[in-house]
Design a binder for this molecule. Structure first.
Ligand code: ZN
Length: 133
């Protein structure tokens, strides 16, 4: 793993959260994107070299909707940048981490995959690799 790529925050109202975080950072999101396959609407803020992703559910079956109904708004995942997502996913599975699903297209031009929070002391792990195409 090369660095923390972003931190994901689950929110109930992304428009309101965008306003709050625009005030916090004194800069608007550089990107907003709906990932229909994941049932999320996202926005991304850049703070120096760091990124924050806000996520709002677009339907009740979304992982974000389930997360918020259980735990409320808050930090949802930490995403780590990797050079080879398939190799790193296999390595973590070999180390006993519990993968959630396969590698898939995520927001912000990334390949992404996830590992269960139970595997990592209560924090959902996202791996992401920049898509080249
Ligand atoms: Zn993310």
């Amino acid at each position: 793993m090369r660095k923390i790529e972003h931190i994901g925050i689950a929110v109930t109202d992304i428009e309101a959260a965008n306003e709050t975080y625009t005030k916090l950072f004194n800069a608007p999101p550089y990107k907003m994107e709906v990932v229909e396959s994941e049932g999320v609407s996202t926005s991304f803020f850049m703070i120096g070299e760091s990124k924050i992703e806000l996520l709002q559910a677009t339907n009740e079956d979304s992982a974000i909707a389930k997360y918020i109904s259980k735990r409320g708004e808050g930090i949802h995942h930490i995403a780590y940048d990797v050079a080879d997502i398939h190799a790193e996913r296999e390595r973590l599975i070999g180390e006993g981490f519990q993968a959630i699903g396969e590698v898939k297209r995520g927001a912000d031009n990334k390949w992404v995959c996830f590992f269960h929070p139970k595997s990592a002391n209560g924090v959902l792990v996202e791996l992401c690799q920049e898509r080249s195409e």
